[in-house]
Design a protein around this ligand. Structure first.
Ligand SMILES: Cc1ncc(COP(=O)(O)O)c(C=O)c1O
Length: 398
């Protein structure tokens, strides 16, 4: 057996242990509520599926250009114009196998071995692994609740080292669902520019933002920023494996070369299917789903607060709530993994331990994904209440 040393840097998801147990419980006939899953419960819209089937039937089963179908790039460019009032040169749009493919492409493109990038703690765990896979390193910056767990210019100044080449942030964020304000994003961009570094902004949860929250896209900040997005979340196409990258002009040729070598091309039928995502009827459907996500958030957030969870970062997007358990009267209020395992075992409710997202405070956070309907969320809250009540003598759980 010979496994490369860099694999030591790559950790599996802790939630996989939970998922394994949840599946075993379901096999035994137990009813499990899944609030751990990071994908929409909604299926891909019918019209999009139809377009994929049609592509297959028409023999569109061959490679496309390495960076994707020109007509899909055009459609995405028009989407940027409609949503963000920004003219994006379609040549800057690189279609990839999911946002994951885009993140791997950029990691390969910009880092030399031994170089570092600033990442947020908490944040999406794969980011540091994409870097490790090219022998680069993620520096996990412990972000603060008062900044909604977003990276600030002061932290850029503090954590930037000689070998640091840039920063990767997500807005809305996974696991917090919090959004960077226009001001926060603008200032962060300025601080990275001042370091002559590279800013990567993961906008995979754009489209899923609620209430007054207005998403600001980093495409509006000129062509020096890498913007990552995907058909997975807003468009409900996780299994089709399709995403994209908006890259600076200087990177296009090298990305083309890399994409040819690493992936050859993104999935062809998925690209034709994705073209149908921009049809007005499909967008209407996606917008009504977004309204349902907003209703779920409005239900779940106050319920969790009433139970004693503290939610320091305001969730206004994605479909996640990142809740602090340290104030709960519970023996595992500082061990999110044990908390989640026991909750699953006793009440059949699956949520994700914070240790999947953060080293700094992950032990006293858990993530709830509101990827099921309100009646199911009501059931989940009832189970959570019983669980908390059964572990406190003081009966403080409302
Ligand atoms: C912040 C973030 N970025 C990227 C991804 C990867 O998504 P995909 O490859 O399905 O587009 C995810 C998936 O959950 C995510 O949460």
């Amino acid at each position: 057996m010979k496994i490369a040393n860099r694999l030591k840097q790559i950790e599996p998801f802790h939630v996989m242990d939970l998922l394994g147990r949840a599946k075993a419980m379901q096999k035994e006939g137990r009813d499990v509520i899944h609030l751990e899953v990071g994908e929409p419960d909604f299926h891909t819209p019918k019209e999009v599926i139809g377009a994929g089937i049609q592509a297959l039937e028409q023999g569109k089963t061959h490679y496309t250009p390495a960076t994707g179908l020109p007509e899909l790039k055009q459609a995405i460019a028009e989407f940027y114009w409609q949503r963000y009032n920004e003219v994006v040169d379609p040549r800057r749009i690189i279609i990839t196998p999911g946002a994951s493919g885009a993140l791997q492409l950029v990691a390969s493109l910009v880092t030399n071995p031994g170089e570092t990038m600033l990442l947020t703690d908490p944040g999406y765990p794969c980011n540091r692994h994409f870097l490790a896979n090219v022998n680069a390193d993620g520096i996990l910056v412990p972000t603060q609740a008062q900044d909604d767990f977003h990276l600030t210019p002061d932290q850029v100044a503090k954590y930037w080292q000689e070998n640091t080449i840039g920063a990767l942030v997500a807005s809305p964020s996974n696991p917090t669902g919090s959004i960077m304000s226009e001001d926060q994003l603008h200032q962060l961009h300025g601080s990275i520019q001042a370091k002559q570094g590279i800013l990567l902004v993961d906008e995979i949860y754009h489209g899923l933002t609620y209430d007054e929250a207005k998403p600001h896209s980093a495409v509006n900040y000129g062509d020096d920023v890498f913007v990552i997005n995907s058909f997975s979340k807003y468009f409900a196409m996780t299994g089709w494996r399709l995403g994209w990258l908006v890259a600076p002009h200087w990177a296009i040729e090298s990305l083309d070369k890399l994409a040819q070598n690493l992936f050859l091309a993104p999935n062809t039928p998925a690209q034709y299917a994705a073209l149908a995502s921009f049809n007005p009827q499909v967008i209407d459907e996606l917008e009504s789903r977004k309204a349902m996500f907003a209703q779920r958030l409005h239900y779940l957030l106050p319920q969790l607060e009433q139970l004693g969870f503290e939610i320091p970062a305001k969730p206004a997007g994605a479909f996640y709530i990142y809740a602090d358990i340290s104030g709960l009267d519970h023996p595992y209020n500082n061990d999110s993994m044990k908390f989640c395992l026991e909750l699953l075992e006793e009440q059949g409710l699956a949520i994700t331990p914070g240790i999947d997202f953060g080293h700094k405070q992950g032990h006293h956070f858990v993530r709830f994904a509101y990827t099921c309907d309100i009646p199911m969320l009501e059931k989940a809250i009832a189970r959570l209440r019983i669980y908390l009540q059964s572990h406190t003598d003081k009966k403080t759980v409302p």
